[in-house]
Design a protein around this ligand. Structure first.
Ligand code: G6P
Length: 375
């Protein structure tokens, strides 16, 4: 009801603004990087499984999820391979459960789910277990869910109840959990120096404050949303860690505004989607650090030559300036490895405010459900 919404118009907006609190709660009590953070919850009074033992044994990760949770998994792949140096595969749960794959018992199967009740993700987990992969861990927002019961190890995110169908705070808390998982595996395997551990912990503790200053960009995003509300298509570009964030930005826009949106790895622009660029196709570029920007500049000319308009979320330390057909919102800081958590926030706000401008049912988009518990 209205009382719960406080100053916000919709749950989606409230949940976007709750992210500093949600991340703070999710990371509360994390004094150091220890595998025990992921220990089994010990259903029915049993002692939970030991994450330390599991992390020592595994040499591969298989992430299974759907929707927004799948994109948090795609982001984590970059962390797991670059920081923990562990080979990681991310699969859409509904694809994995029905295809022939090559199982490896030394795999840690990681499911990611806000609800813990998504039918495809639960079925994919069962499928992996039936193939002999018994080391299972879930990153989940509901401690009492089927997913938590079915997995050996668990990390419960503390987003709190998420009501908006389009997931926002659940996504960023999943990322926080997955970053911790990366560090815990790296540490168990002796791949995390004390200096790096201390630096990452410091960066994580800074997240609530950093998120707060990104949320303060809302008025600038509303300016962008006014343009987007009049379009039928949009393209999102990202690179590396921010490619999944571009995918999530496009998904958010589709879900709540019904604008057709696609995301591409920035380097793929010239291999097809450039053909779509006209003055009616806004192009959002996510987190271009200077190296990406250099590459984007030539694309930029091509986009401009076709009348296309660019909306760039630039890192705090980039030198790009706005001009005709080039809109820039500068992020307050440069965030390093945690950058995806910060860059997704303006995209959530863009989808939200574009939806408001178009008058859609933001919290309950047509044809979608909060949790898909049937196939
Ligand atoms: C539905 C929701 C999405 C969510 C997906 C996976 O499609 O609308 O927001 O990302 O399910 O849900 P889960 O609860 O498993 O994260």
């Amino acid at each position: 009801g209205a009382a719960e919404l406080g100053p916000y118009r919709h749950y989606m907006q409230k949940e976007i603004f709750e992210q500093p609190r949600a991340i703070g709660d999710t990371l509360e009590g994390v004094a150091g990087i220890v595998p025990e953070l992921f220990d089994g919850i010990g259903q029915d009074g049993a002692t939970g499984a030991s994450a330390h033992r599991v992390f020592k044994d595994i040499d591969k990760i298989l992430i299974l999820a759907c929707g927004t949770s799948y994109y948090s998994g795609c982001t984590a792949k970059y962390w797991l391979e670059s920081i923990a140096k562990i080979s990681t595969q991310v699969e859409i749960a509904s694809e994995y459960r029905y295809r022939d794959s090559v199982p490896d018992p030394k795999t840690l199967v990681v499911t990611i789910s806000q609800s813990g009740e998504t039918a495809d993700t639960l079925a994919a987990l069962k499928h992996a277990r039936s193939l002999g992969m018994e080391q299972t861990l879930t990153i989940c927002n509901v401690a009492t869910s089927a997913m938590v019961r079915e997995c050996k190890l668990a990390y419960i995110t503390r987003a709190g109840v998420e009501i908006g169908v389009a997931s926002t705070k659940a996504f960023t808390t999943q990322l926080a959990g997955l970053f911790l998982l990366t560090l815990a595996i790296a540490q168990t395997k002796g791949r995390l120096s004390e200096a790096d551990e201390a630096r990452y912990l410091k960066e994580m503790r800074h997240l609530p404050v950093a998120l707060q200053s990104v949320l303060a960009l809302e008025p600038q995003i509303i300016g962008w949303a006014e343009d987007f509300a009049r379009k039928d298509n949009a393209l999102f570009l990202g690179r590396g860690l921010h490619y999944p964030i571009a995918l999530e930005g496009a998904l958010k826009l589709k879900e709540v505004t019904y604008i057709h949106a696609e995301a591409y790895a920035a380097g793929e622009l010239k291999h097809g989607p450039l053909a779509l660029v006209t003055s009616e196709m806004p192009v959002v570029a996510v987190a271009p650090n200077d190296t990406l920007l250099e590459k984007l500049k030539s694309n930029l000319q091509e986009v401009r030559a076709r009348g296309g308009v660019l909306y760039v979320l630039a890192d705090g330390d980039t030198k790009i300036k706005g001009s005709e057909g080039l809109h820039v919102i500068r992020m307050p800081e440069h965030y390093g490895a945690l950058s995806p958590l910060l860059h997704v926030v303006p995209l959530q706000l863009l989808a939200y405010h574009t939806a408001c401008a178009r008058g859609t049912d933001v919290d309950k988009p047509r044809n979608l459900a909060k949790s898909v518990t049937v196939e």
